[in-house]
Design a protein around this ligand. Structure first.
Ligand SMILES: [Zn+2]
Length: 240
């Protein structure tokens, strides 16, 4: 089956009609190839190629003694590299943070947690999908009905040089000294041509006495694991 026009049109925009293997500008001499013949007519299974590269990918004989066949994973990585080359300029620098600080110099009080995000620079408007996961003593404890804006359900519209601050609630069980409270942040940026650019995950760790957060530059699963090791080591030392 051919790819639907909506998928094909989007991919040709993302690569700016350049071949995703030899990177040649193709104009009309470009085709959208199925990476896996049985993988479906979806964007993940598609790669725009010039006629020459399409022939090489489709007809390479793996039994021949010279050359190296393109494998599916490599095709996808090379394709994504070309998409990135032609869409990176659509993604602004973003500044975001989990914070208890308010503009008037006061602080939010748990279980109320603040989050802000700012579109820096001159890139076009983007939509940011924000997912914040609360971990209490290493356990994922999101409030099921917490605001869907912070659960990845509704994108945030970010216009150039515009910032927005908001807040959400976490479990009241986290509001005491000695509790390990972390918030994992995952942000996906959707550019004006619907391509998704994922930022790397980070974790904010609450400091109860300062009532503010510090940034742990690793994802929440690694961050909670390291905290658990640190807690058991501290308990072992205090018991000895
Ligand atoms: Zn090519």
């Amino acid at each position: 089956m051919p790819f639907p026009a909506s998928v094909r049109d989007k991919l040709l925009l993302w690569c700016d009609r350049h071949c995703c293997l030899c990177k040649k500008a193709c104009d009309v001499f470009i085709e959208v190839h199925h990476i896996d013949p049985a993988g479906g007519d979806n964007e993940e299974n598609a790669i725009p190629l010039c006629f020459d590269c399409h022939g090489k990918v489709s007809h390479y004989d793996p039994r021949q003694p010279i050359g190296t066949k393109f494998r599916s994973d490599e095709l996808k990585k090379r394709r994504d590299q070309v998409y990135e080359q032609f869409t990176a300029h659509l993604v602004p620098a973003l500044k975001f943070e989990v914070t208890q600080r308010l503009a008037n110099g006061h602080q939010r009080t748990l279980p109320d947690v603040g989050f802000s995000i700012v579109h820096l620079g001159d890139a076009p408007p983007v939509r940011a999908v924000v997912t914040l996961d609360a971990f209490i003593d290493g356990k994922l404890m999101n409030i099921p009905k917490t605001d869907t804006l912070y659960r990845g359900a509704i994108p945030w519209n970010l216009n150039p040089k515009q910032g927005v601050s908001g807040h959400f609630q976490i479990s009241p069980a986290s509001c005491q000294e000695g509790i390990d409270l972390r918030v994992g942040v995952q942000i996906e940026v959707h550019d004006c041509y619907d391509r998704v650019h994922s930022l790397l995950p980070v974790t904010y760790v609450h400091n109860y006495r300062a009532n503010d957060w510090w940034l742990d530059p690793i994802g929440p699963s690694e961050s909670t694991k390291r905290a658990e090791i640190w807690r058991s080591e501290r308990n072992r030392l205090s018991a000895s």
